[in-house]
Design a protein around this ligand. Structure first.
Ligand code: NAP
Length: 310
């Protein structure tokens, strides 16, 4: 591998970005993050952008071989007010547009543009259907957000730049995201499903997700949209039971009622109360082999007893 290959990661300071940066650096790539502010304690080479003013450090674009676009206001960070929803959309769609406009005007030829999207592209609904990449977007807020995000990211094809869009499932990591939050009641000994518990919860171990991003960088045959979810289909109830079991904690509490979740979270509640099965066949057919295809192995590795970890 050429050690001078340079990868720019927008939102590289986030949960996925930090893990991906470390893996890429371990492989010998030169990595830089594109962030809204330089953090004095950061070990990463940081370029600054101000998406609101359409400004990006010119060098960031001019010197990069690949861009990985992960930036976006956290969907579960704050209640979904009208203003927050606009921020969730703009921080993904407008930033992709800004990158496109800057890349278009620079002489540097990107080798590929790789963008995150979400498995909630298919909409927050619970059904028996297994959604695959050809299925249309859902008609709720997350479905619509992902559709706009992918359309904006997909414009890089107009510049004949290889474009890959990864519809991430919920990322399982001990460092943040959904898992530590779902683990709070388990640690307190009151593990229980949320709502009906029948909703599917497409998930992926952080290591597998980073390896899919790396494959998207390295494998020139990869282009278009891929679901980035683990092969095993898991309901919320199965998830909570497994999470309790791998930590030898009790699982006995009654379901957390949907009405309370809706009151606490508002419209955002649909993200935890609904969910469908999502297919991993396409990424497997592209030659990707999951290290954590099943939930139990993933959870043992992340939060289980150390002696059982892989
Ligand atoms: N984690 C998951 O379970 C999951 C699941 C499906 C999809 N995804 C998608 O994958 C991407 C990365 O996820 P993540 O979990 O790593 O996210 P994260 O931890 O929330 O980090 C996202 C990064 O985006 C930047 N950002 C935040 N608000 C922004 C704004 N208003 N404008 C521009 N940039 C902003 C921040 O970087 P700076 O502060 O340095 O600018 C932040 O570190 C996101 O787009 C997310 O929607 C994640």
């Amino acid at each position: 591998m050429n050690p001078k290959i340079k990868i720019l990661i927008t939102g590289g300071t986030g949960l996925i970005g930090r893990a991906l940066c470390n893996k890429l650096m371990d492989k010998g790539y030169e990595v830089a993050v594109l962030s809204r502010r330089k953090k004095p304690d950061s070990k990463m080479h940081t370029y600054v952008w101000d998406p609101g003013k359409s400004e990006i450090d010119k060098e960031a674009i001019a010197t990069s071989d690949f861009i990985v676009h992960l930036a976006g206001a956290n969907i579960s960070g704050k209640r979904w007010t009208r203003q927050r929803k606009q921020e969730i959309v703009d921080s993904r769609v407008e930033t992709a547009k800004l990158l496109f406009n800057k890349v278009k005007r620079t002489k540097n030829r990107l080798k590929a543009f790789i963008s995150a999207s979400g498995s909630n592209y298919y909409g927050m609904r619970t059904s028996d259907k297994i959604f695959s990449e050809e299925d249309p977007p859902g008609n709720d807020f997350m479905g619509e957000t992902c559709r706009k995000w992918e359309k904006s990211a997909g414009r890089f094809k107009e510049l004949r730049i290889r474009t890959v869009i990864l519809r991430n499932g919920a990322v399982l990591s001990a460092e943040g995201g959904a898992l530590p939050k779902m683990n709070i009641p388990v640690k307190l000994g009151v593990a229980a499903p949320i709502g009906s518990g029948k909703q599917y919860f497409p998930w992926i171990h952080i290591d597998d997700l980073c390896d899919i991003y790396i494959k998207a960088i390295e494998d020139e045959k990869m282009k278009g949209v891929y679901n980035a979810v683990a092969p095993e289909h898991t309901t919320n109830k199965h998830f909570m039971q497994t999470l309790a079991r791998v930590q030898e904690k009790p699982y006995w509490a009654p379901n957390a009622p949907s009405v309370g979740v809706k009151l606490a979270l508002g419209e955002m509640a649909q993200v935890v109360l609904e969910g469908s099965r999502t297919s991993s066949e396409k990424i497997k057919s592209a030659g990707f082999s999951f290290r954590f295809p099943e939930l139990e192995g993933a959870l043992v590795h992340l939060v289980g007893k150390k002696e059982n970890a892989q």
